[in-house]
Design a protein around this ligand. Structure first.
Ligand code: AMP
Length: 276
């Protein structure tokens, strides 16, 4: 693929340095216009772009970041193999009308390195579901989100409810820091066959990709979820139903959330659904 030069960017501005982004943000904020922010790890798909679209209908300026945050990967292999499709991402973001893309290096986000970073009090959220199966993951999410949010200081933050517990963790971070940021939890975008869009889907083999639809079928047929998943060769981390506001365990009932995490081959997929 040809290298995308800055000249190929028509309207979107690309910043790699925090100081440059900071300067641009200061100018926009002086005009009093609200900033919407969509943080991502790249390998973008329609799910990510839906967040950009929602931000654009809410805020005059939309900033997106692409940063594969090393501190949130509890499995080093998952970090090394995380898909990168930067040229395609830039084209998608520009087409969607994103105003700014922030594309920092690790040293820009963590100038003092990634060892001995600060810790956050996430309470019970850190011991259940994703917190239980991915130790340290949510500390990493908070470490990068604190840095990104402190820099961008958005009025509105747009995140996907596909990462249901992550939204709750980031809401908690916003409360801990007393920031006046409105977190919008946006709907899950799915493939036509129901599979929730995810950057990790790119790593599925064609057979695994076909079997992966079992997660959606399992969410819609909870009494048979375990069988549906094992028949499709999934290795299950959890199938749980919980209160949609608190994530306290709950029987499967209207308004509760059902959450699944399971491995298809090497790839760990998560999904959830509010029960009708
Ligand atoms: P990621 O790049 O995986 O860190 O995701 C960046 C943001 O996109 C997060 O807020 C995700 O929850 C959101 N996201 C990922 N997949 C989807 C999807 N299928 N539908 C809606 N939002 C999504």
């Amino acid at each position: 693929m040809p290298v995308l030069t800055l000249k190929s960017l028509k309207k979107m501005i690309l910043f790699k340095k925090t100081a440059d982004l900071h300067r641009w943000l200061d100018q926009q904020k002086a005009s009093g216009k609200a900033i919407g922010f969509v943080p991502t790890m790249g390998a973008l798909h329609e799910g990510h772009i839906s967040l950009i679209n929602i931000s654009k209908t809410t805020c005059p300026f939309t900033v997106c970041s692409i940063f594969v945050n090393p501190t949130q990967f509890n499995d080093p292999k998952d970090f090394q193999k995380y898909p990168i499709t930067l040229e395609k991402d830039i084209i998608l973001l520009e087409k969607a009308g994103t105003d700014v893309l922030f594309l920092p290096e690790v040293a820009e986000m963590y100038p003092d390195g990634t060892n001995n970073l600060e810790k956050y009090d996430l309470g019970r959220l850190e011991t259940i579901l994703e917190g239980k199966f991915r130790p340290g993951h949510f500390q990493g999410v908070c470490q990068v989100m604190r840095r990104l949010l402190q820099l961008v200081q958005p009025d509105d933050l747009f995140m996907g409810s596909k990462d249901y517990q992550q939204c709750m963790v980031v809401q908690r971070l916003i409360q801990l820091m007393s920031w006046p940021i409105h977190l919008h939890r946006c709907p899950i975008v799915r493939e036509p066959d129901g599979l929730a869009m995810s950057s990790r889907n790119l790593r599925l083999s064609p057979d695994e990709r076909q079997r992966a639809t079992a997660i959606y079928r399992a969410l819609k047929d909870l009494p048979n979820a375990q069988k549906i998943l094992t028949d499709a060769q999934f290795k299950i981390d959890y199938i749980e139903t919980a209160d949609a506001e608190t994530l306290e365990p709950s029987p499967p009932k209207k308004g509760a959330v059902a959450l699944i995490a399971a491995f298809q081959g090497e790839i760990r997929l998560i999904d959830n659904m509010i029960l009708a």
